[in-house]
Design a protein around this ligand. Structure first.
Ligand code: NAD
Ligand code: 0WE
Length: 260
């Protein structure tokens, strides 16, 4: 058995075994979920095919979310395997590299703003729009955010406003879909973890060290811990939780001046 027994969940955002979405897949598979995966482009296709074997699924579908047409095609393809399903995990974020270092005002430009918001926030509601008719009652939708949505964090820059937009999207989608079969929508705001996306970030080692030093639990979080929370939120155990941003960050966001 397992608390996701009989639930079909589509997971986006796996590019390596370090991906937060990979930790989510592991935790959900452990709870007996039936999984399907999307991947960004041909460069990652073979790798995802290998990963999919670990999760006993053959359903892996391409979807670059930078074009709505691809999102439409994704759910047309998925419907050939699953007429309906119970969960969607959106674990996708991107801003052009040049946006992620330096003074915010010096760095920001319309192109960076557009791309960050389109890929990191709009793509979530766009996916929801296209799969709405396929969602079973009590389905759960989940996305990944970061504290930079609420605090001005050095170098996070335009990703901060994009994550703020994503979190507002969680509330608006939750409010729109709640009346339709109690569909629930939440986000996990994760602490920093080393992934492909974060390895490109200036001083990322220092960021991890800082969290280790000052978080209430004095360590960083793992993708297993984020995965377990994701599995819970997408299960019926979380049936009363919707529109929420749940922090899986070792308590970092509630503390201050622990370095003194
Ligand atoms: P990752 O590099 O493993 O995953 C990022 C994913 O985004 C990749 O699978 C990539 O293919 C996908 N992606 C980017 N552009 C895309 C596009 N146009 N179309 C389709 N897919 C696209 O990194 P991760 O850290 O696991 O990131 C997953 C999510 O977690 C992101 O939303 C990120 O903002 C968030 N997050 C990460 C951290 C961290 O420290 N790593 C902390 C909090 C939140
Ligand atoms: O959301 C993120 C990072 C997302 C991300 C990463 C990249 C690297 C490669 C978005 N776009 C790109 N573009 C690229 O070209 N995180 C929460 C991880 C992260 O990034 C930071 C952080 C943390 C934590 C940037 C500055 C400060 C802290």
């Amino acid at each position: 058995m397992g608390f996701l027994n009989g639930k079909r969940i589509l997971i986006s955002g796996i590019i390596s075994k370090l991906s937060i979405a990979y930790g989510i897949a592991q935790a959900m598979y452990k709870q007996n979920a039936e999984l399907a995966f999307t991947y960004q482009d041909d460069r990652s296709k073979y790798r995802i095919e290998e990963f999919a074997k670990n999760f006993n699924t053959k359903i892996i579908l391409p979807c670059d979310v930078s074009d709505d047409k691809n999102i439409k095609l994704l759910f047309i393809s998925l419907s050939k395997h699953w007429k309906n399903f119970d969960g969607l995990v959106h674990s996708i974020g991107f801003a052009p590299t040049n946006q992620l270092s330096g003074n915010y005002i010096d760095t920001v430009n319309y192109e960076g703003f557009k791309i960050a918001h389109k890929i990191s926030s709009y793509s979530f509601v766009s996916m929801v729009k296209e799969c709405r008719m396929m969602l079973n009652p009590n389905a759960a939708l989940l996305t990944l955010s970061y504290l930079g949505s609420k605090r001005a964090i050095v170098n996070y820059n335009i990703m901060g406003p994009a994550k703020a937009s994503l979190e507002a999207n969680v509330r608006y989608i939750a409010n729109a879909l709640g009346p339709e079969g109690e569909i629930r929508v939440n986000a996990i705001s994760a602490g920093p973890v080393r992934t492909l996306a974060s390895s490109g970030i200036k001083n990322f080692r220092k960021i991890l060290e800082y969290y280790k030093k000052v978080s209430p639990i004095r360590r960083t979080v793992t993708i297993e811990e984020i995965g377990n929370t994701a599995a819970f939120l997408c299960s019926d155990l979380a049936s009363g939780i919707t529109g929420q941003i749940i922090y899986v960050d070792g308590g970092f966001n509630i503390s201050n001046m622990n370095e003194l």
